[in-house]
Design a protein around this ligand. Structure first.
Ligand code: ATP
Ligand code: MG
Length: 414
């Protein structure tokens, strides 16, 4: 894509009221637009990043049997009354409104009830189980504080998968698989080295749930890590009893701030029983379905990648989620020569953003390129042409080299 076709522009300053680094950089780069605290529009560059994160999550969910669907955002009151989650005294983040005829409705702040209410129409026998539907969705939460940019939205995008199993054993088997799928997601988006699976509080049906927590000073949570054992625990479960249970000593734990980028939870019968979500087992008896939930905050993950991997010059995208693989800069009067390089890259299906702007200084183009954080930078200038090639540099390196475009393309293909 040509930069002159991109309607967004970079900014030197971020809005004065934006305190979170992730949102500051994303706004300055033209990735997102701030509507109000906790509410952001995803602009074209940001959309490309989000789509890449979404496809990684999709691949990992499909690999463990997930089937994608799309649940509605508008939800009727009666469904949520079944589990006593309609009341504002119980759930304080609802955005509610009314239809013209006075019917009360709410905008989904989560999905369990919606899924149980749907799935009960399709499950009758043990032969219908297990099943693993999921969706990507805009979630609405009237959060009290929203100062962490993309990491705490009042409107945000997530993936939620729900597992419907015949019994605990069938559930546990999937739950274990989901841990690996989650690990793969965080590895693939470049956060593997910073992300721990933590023990968090469970519920009636399991001692623990698990969270995926990315270590960052910008995090709102505290986790405790035993590096030697590779075990991490959430603050809210840090009791002597839990430490004994996990075979950990308090003295070996390091406290770190972290961002919850996902969680998995055994729900048991909590959301199946209120909906009469049962099936007939092989003896013909009615048994409630055993459920689990598996969430990932997609927009929070995008903010976390920026928060954790950026440097003083701007964003540093891992290649897997970068909006483009290559940022091609034409300097001086060399638009035509750069155009040839652009065509060559396109011919080889390499995703490239072409800074074809004229009347913009080299310094400005470099600064913009660093801010945008595209992994590979190619410069076409007097100097590079004099040396018979293009100047190539990685975003996360300070060394540049002169190469022919052919050898560079070969390098990309390898
Ligand atoms: P938190 O403790 O941070 O408020 P939560 O426990 O409310 O999170 P869940 O309801 O389990 O989170 O949602 C699943 C995932 O959605 C979380 O792991 C997180 O990644 C993401 N998420 C939750 N709240 C927000 C938010 N306000 N903005 C962006 N992402 C969010
Ligand atoms: Mg919350």
């Amino acid at each position: 894509m040509r930069q002159t076709q991109l309607f967004t522009k970079t900014k030197k300053e971020s809005p004065a009221d934006e305190v979170a680094k992730n949102a500051q950089l994303l706004i300055r780069g033209g990735y997102i637009h701030k509507e109000m605290a906790g509410v952001y529009t995803i602009l074209p560059l940001g959309y490309r990043v989000m789509e890449k994160i979404v496809s990684i999550i999709k691949e990992e969910m499909n690999a463990i049997g997930g089937i994608q669907m799309k649940t509605s955002a508008i939800q009727t009151k009666d469904v949520w009354e079944k589990t006593n989650r309609w009341s504002d005294d119980v759930v304080d983040v609802w955005f509610k409104t009314q239809l013209k005829n006075g019917t009360e409705v709410g905008l989904s702040f989560t999905n369990e009830e919606a899924y149980s209410n749907i799935v009960k129409n399709f499950v009758s026998s043990y032969k219908d189980l297990p099943l693993y539907p999921y969706d990507f969705k805009t979630i609405f939460r009237n959060e009290t504080r929203s100062k962490s940019g993309m990491m705490r939205g009042r409107e945000f995008y997530w993936k939620a998968l729900y597992s419907f199993s015949a019994d605990k054993e069938q559930h546990d088997e999937f739950y274990e698989k989901s841990k690996q799928a989650y690990r793969n997601v965080y590895d693939r988006v470049g956060l593997g080295d910073y992300t721990y699976m933590t023990f968090a509080s469970g519920g009636t049906f399991s001692k623990y749930s698990h969270e995926f927590q990315t270590v960052s000073e910008a995090g709102e949570d505290l986790i405790y890590i035993d590096e030697a054992k590779g075990i991490a625990i959430n603050e809210e479960v840090m009791t002597d009893e839990v430490l004994t249970d996990l075979g950990i000593e308090r003295a070996n734990l390091v406290e770190k701030k972290a961002i919850e980028v996902g969680n998995i939870f055994s729900l048991g019968f909590k959301f199946s029983e209120p909906f009469g979500l049962t099936y007939k087992n092989s003896e013909g008896a009615d048994v409630p379905v055993y459920m689990g939930s598996y969430g990932i905050g997609v927009t929070r993950l995008m903010g976390t990648i920026v928060e954790v991997l950026s440097d003083e010059k701007g964003i540093v995208w891992p290649e897997s989620v970068a909006p483009f693989k290559v940022h091609l800069l034409a300097l001086g009067e060399n638009i035509e020569q750069a155009q040839n390089v652009y065509n060559e890259l396109l011919k080889h299906n390499i995703e490239v953003l072409f800074d074809d702007r004229t009347g913009v200084s080299a310094g400005e183009k470099f600064a913009d390129s660093d801010l945008l954080g595209i992994p590979h930078r190619i410069v076409v200038s007097e100097r590079s042409l004099a040396q018979g090639g293009v100047e190539y540099k990685r975003r996360n390196s300070s060394e540049s080299t002169i190469l022919s475009i052919e050898s560079l393309i070969q390098q990309f293909a390898a």
